[in-house]
Design a protein around this ligand. Structure first.
Ligand code: COA
Length: 258
């Protein structure tokens, strides 16, 4: 059985981390297959939105695999972190919306994986946290960088320094997740949302992702330049002509990604 399950239904791909007996902990095998799966999704123009979830009913991902993590020293530890960061940055820069359907524990690398996704929906039993401090290390797959960008430095530090876990309701209050849903409907609701995004103009979706994400690293001046450039680029697409024409003709637009 593969550690990564891939499913495609019309324009939406579902990627499932599949090590339920180890609460979907991320080992080298999972990261390698995840990387390859993501590259395939990126190259496939028929896929316009993605949902990432965990197998089973208990965990999204309970972190990096601690058995493998334990083997590290100072040199390999850095590479270990860089490798996971590369995979998660590919998610962030995939160019298509990625929704994390967080169906249980999202600890350490699991919380970091969810944060690399663009939207997070959580089940009521989801649990978030960065418990690395309890292992004598710091988050290494982006937690010290993405968590403060999402919830602010003060809350991020509270979570990272204490290693405390928070429930889905608290994650919603902090803005760490977009929605909390019943566990039975989490995947279907996530797929329905992904499908609604998949109907939109793909080049405009990509530009929305890039322009909005640039706000985390750009000055306002530079960010506005990026926005104007991308706005201009989308005005040059067939989909722009179709979207505006469909509005004027009072009909649904059909976008082709050109
Ligand atoms: N790495 C490797 N194995 C892990 C794991 C991880 N991050 N998280 C869970 N597992 C394994 C357990 O070792 C156990 O395996 P076993 O049945 O062969 O003993 C199995 O998954 C089930 O986990 P278990 O701890 O028995 O479940 P639980 O319900 O009692 O506790 C957690 C759930 C999530 C609270 C607990 O597993 C945990 O704290 N995991 C580590 C979280 C963490 O520190 N992540 C950050 C890593 S950087």
């Amino acid at each position: 059985m593969s550690v990564i399950l891939f499913d495609q239904s019309s324009a939406v791909a579902t990627v499932t981390i599949n090590r339920p007996d180890k609460l979907n902990a991320l080992n080298a095998d999972v990261l390698r297959h995840l990387w390859e799966t993501l590259l395939g999704i990126q190259a496939n123009a028929d896929i316009r939105a993605v949902v990432i979830t965990g197998a089973g009913s208990k965990a999204f991902v309970a972190g990096a695999d601690i058995t493998e993590l334990h083997q590290n020293n100072e040199q390999t530890g850095r590479q270990f972190a860089e490798h996971g960061q590369r995979v998660f940055t590919l998610i962030e820069n995939l160019g298509k919306p990625v929704i994390a359907a967080v169906n249980g524990f999202a600890l350490g690398g699991g919380c970091e994986l969810a944060m690399a996704c663009h939207i997070r929906f959580a089940s009521e039993n989801a649990v978030f946290g960065q418990p690395e401090i309890n292992l004598g290390i710091i988050p290494g797959y982006g937690g010290t960088q993405r968590l403060p960008r999402i919830v602010g430095t003060a809350k991020a530090l509270e979570l990272i320094l204490s290693g405390d876990r928070i429930d889905a309701a608290e994650a919603l209050r902090l803005g760490l997740v977009n929605r909390v849903l019943k566990q039975e409907s989490l995947l279907n609701d996530s797929l329905a949302f992904a499908s609604s995004l998949a109907d939109k103009a793909p080049l405009a979706l990509r530009a929305c992702l890039e322009a909005t994400q640039s706000s985390a690293t750009s000055s306002l001046r530079d960010g506005l330049d990026i926005e104007a450039r991308m706005f201009g680029a989308t005005c040059g697409t067939e989909d722009f002509l179709e979207g505006t024409k469909a509005f004027l003709e009072k009909r649904q637009a059909t976008f082709v990604g050109r």
